[in-house]
Design a protein around this ligand. Structure first.
Ligand code: UDP
Length: 333
């Protein structure tokens, strides 16, 4: 039986990332200082093709090998345009931790950070890259920290943590939409008054239509993390890379805060991360990435332009399980 996969026009593609806030301060405990306004880039009319990514070469299932060799990502395909720039990745999953959202603000969220993210997301979606975002919640509540307090069991604590990610997601959505980026929030468990439930095909359709999709509430299960949710959603929607936005420049050979000669590592294998117990991602998340050949780029969110540089495969941060591409955007014949 022959199976055909149709492809949407590349111009409708966009990427998942996180966001920022408006210039209003909110009254309660979470809150925000004014942030400056900015202008959106004009749409350059660039079309992105479906270049396959040169992902890492660790173990993969037969199906995974077949899929990579023969099938475009679901909902993605190249088109016949003779002059289209080829970016390193066409559909990405941006993981933004709660800590990154907080910036150096004493409050839970720094609106300057969320706005900076929104601006970068806007610039890459206008290049035709599809962006999905998984947000963390550690700036508000971390289940493992609170478990055991006043009779709070770990599962209940983790559900509170997952709800914290929804708060961040809604804030991020508001910021994104304030600068004109169509955005949908999908939650891993139902909160239908505030967001859509997670439906894989629907998420992909949003991406194809140029919307940013923010995945909230992690995996929907206690005892997991939003890093694992990022790896899981990335695999599910056939995104090509997890871009892990952090407050540090990447992965170092030793702790840079204690060793002035610490060296930023350019590339790492999944096995390096696992055996050396590097605290890049938890073991479940990195293993999921390894099993599905999903490269992870760890980079500093606070440096302007880093998100778009990471998406274009430029030398930014540390790449795990993948390779760099020298050129930013190549014209295909
Ligand atoms: N969490 C969970 N299951 C998930 C994802 C998250 O239970 O699949 C809970 C967990 O309590 C965690 C909190 O949500 O501490 C916030 O997520 P995370 O710590 O991953 O956020 P980040 O460190 O990225 O800010």
């Amino acid at each position: 039986m022959a199976i055909s996969i149709s492809c949407s026009p590349c111009s409708s593609v966009n990427t998942m990332l996180s966001l920022s806030s408006s210039s209003q301060c909110l009254p309660s405990k979470l809150f925000f200082k004014p942030c400056k306004s900015f202008m959106l880039n004009s749409r350059p009319g660039i079309v992105v093709n479906c270049a396959s990514s040169d992902m890492g070469s660790s173990s993969s299932s037969d199906y995974e090998s077949f899929r990579q060799a023969h099938l475009p990502s679901f909902g993605l395909s190249s088109n016949g345009d003779a002059r289209k720039p080829s970016y390193k990745w066409q559909r990405v999953l941006l993981k933004v931790s709660g800590e990154a959202l907080a910036g150096d603000n004493a409050q839970n969220i720094d609106p300057k950070v969320t706005m900076a993210i929104a601006r970068e997301v806007a610039s890459v979606t206008r290049l035709g890259v599809e962006v999905a975002i998984v947000v963390g919640g550690g700036n508000i509540f971390r289940g493992s920290t609170w478990a055991g307090c006043s009779g709070l069991d770990r599962s209940s604590a983790d559900y509170i943590g997952m709800m914290a990610t929804v708060m961040n997601a809604i804030f991020l959505q508001a910021t994104m939409e304030s600068i004109g980026i169509p955005t949908r929030v999908q939650t891993a468990f139902r909160m239908s008054e505030v967001a859509e439930p997670y439906i894989r095909r629907r998420a992909i359709r949003h991406l194809e239509k140029g919307r940013v999709v923010i995945f909230a509430a992690g995996t929907g299960n206690p005892f997991f993390t939003t890093d694992t949710a990022a790896a899981l959603r990335c695999a599910e929607i056939n995104a090509e890379v997890v871009l892990k936005a952090t407050n540090v420049n990447g992965v170092y050979d030793k702790d840079p805060r204690q060793n002035s000669d610490a060296r930023l590592l350019d590339t790492l294998s999944y096995q390096d991360v696992i055996t050396k117990e590097l605290s890049v991602m938890d073991l479940t998340a990195i293993t999921l990435c390894q099993e599905n050949n999903i490269p992870v780029v760890v980079f500093n969110l606070n440096e302007e332009g880093n998100i778009s540089r990471a998406i274009q495969g430029e030398r930014v941060g540390t790449i795990i399980g993948g390779q760099r591409r020298a050129a930013t955007a190549e014209l295909q014949q």
